[in-house]
Design a protein around this ligand. Structure first.
Ligand code: PMP
Length: 354
């Protein structure tokens, strides 16, 4: 049959998002969502939103939201860019900061699997840097690539490993390339590089409301950097969609980011559950990588990653398993509420009995 697809549409390998099965109610620990609801201030804003205002386009500059983000992050609003989830911002980074047929983008072999998808889509060369045996990133190896710029997820996904800020700063200070820091999981680590954006013009920090602000469903992310980098993103945005952040989202996220106390408390609960979960998993024979995120990456001595993933799914618990070299013995488990984590641990002890 004749196909009307372009060569690109027929040949790309798109990103695979975590599964969202609807056949029954699962304990859902596979897409790193926050187990707690968004803040009451965000809910009040949502509830009081004037529905009839939806007839108008949203503010294309997301002024109030950018001001709220700027206030919370200690930067100026002109240094903030907002997008429809941090995925969209990361996507815009590729045409904004990398030349097709240039020296390409450098990133780890085990990191957020959207980066290679974006490279392929925009025709940007991939400089893949293998992680060390302990899953840490070697800055020496990163420096050794000829790439035009570098992407680092900090904390990394799916390993959960965080890089201390002084190590990152040393790398950024010594580099004349753009360093894009994907801080999706920073609320569970607390060593943001945002202050470095005032000192260095080669660093862009990308953050999200999806994880630390319990707002994955509303799709909002933001980037912070010097004015020239933000302008690059604005130019790319206006080549695709001038209104990526809708009005409801702008209002709700501005209220959420102002509710520092609420999120500090809830994210501290996630961090303490992470410690408990890691200890319990180790007791039952798992090797657990040191996590600075809202998930743990664990492999079992006796059962394969696939067996654990499938056994848990049969028992109504969803986790993520990546069928990829180096990490196929692991499963990535989102830290849930205490009850969800107990459900996971019970299902695991059932699987490990055999
Ligand atoms: N970066 C990393 C490392 C992630 O794991 C995710 C979530 N899949 C994102 C960015 C994107 O998050 P969102 O688009 O929901 O902001």
């Amino acid at each position: 049959m004749k196909t009307y697809l372009s060569k690109k549409a027929s040949s790309v390998s798109p990103y695979t998002a975590g599964e969202q099965p609807k056949d029954k109610k699962y304990i859902k620990l596979n897409t790193n969502e926050n187990p707690y609801p968004p803040s009451p201030k965000a809910k009040a804003e949502y509830d009081s939103f004037a529905f009839s205002d939806l007839k108008l386009y949203p503010d294309p500059f997301a002024k109030k939201l950018r001001e709220a983000i700027a206030g919370a992050e200690g930067v100026d609003a002109e240094n903030v860019f907002c997008g429809n989830g941090s995925d969209e911002i990361l996507a815009l980074c590729f045409p904004a900061f990398f030349d097709a047929d240039g020296k390409g983008a450098a990133f780890a072999d085990i990191t957020y699997s959207f980066y290679p998808v974006f490279c392929d889509f925009f025709g940007i060369k991939k400089n893949i840097v293998p992680l060390e045996d302990d899953f840490t990133l070697s800055f020496e190896k990163l420096k050794g690539t000829a790439a035009q710029g570098v992407l680092i997820a900090n904390p990394n996904a799916p390993t959960g490993i965080g890089i201390p800020l002084p190590e990152l700063e040393a790398f950024i200070a010594a580099s004349d390339r753009i360093v894009i820091l994907d801080e999706a999981y920073m609320p569970f680590f607390g060593q943001t590089a945002v202050p470095l954006t005032k000192k260095y013009d080669n660093v862009l920090v990308v953050k999200t409301f999806s994880k630390g602000y319990s707002l994955a469903g509303i799709r909002c992310g933001y980037a912070i950097g010097c004015r020239a980098l933000i302008e690059g993103l604005e130019r790319m945005r206006d080549c695709f969609n001038s209104y990526p952040v809708d009005s409801v989202c702008q209002a709700v996220c501005a209220a959420a980011i102002s509710d520092t106390e609420y999120y500090r408390e809830k994210n501290a609960l996630v961090v303490s559950e992470r410690a408990r979960l890691s200890i319990e998993l180790e007791k039952s024979g798992f090797k657990v990588l040191p996590s600075s995120s809202n998930f743990v990456f664990a492999s079992h001595q006796k059962k394969s990653g696939k067996e654990i993933y499938e056994g848990l799914k049969e028992r109504g618990v969803l986790v993520r398993w990546f069928n990829k070299p180096k990490i196929d013995s692991f499963v990535r488990i989102t830290v849930g509420s205490k009850e969800e984590n107990d459900g996971l641990l019970n299902a695991l002890s059932d699987i490990l009995r055999f």
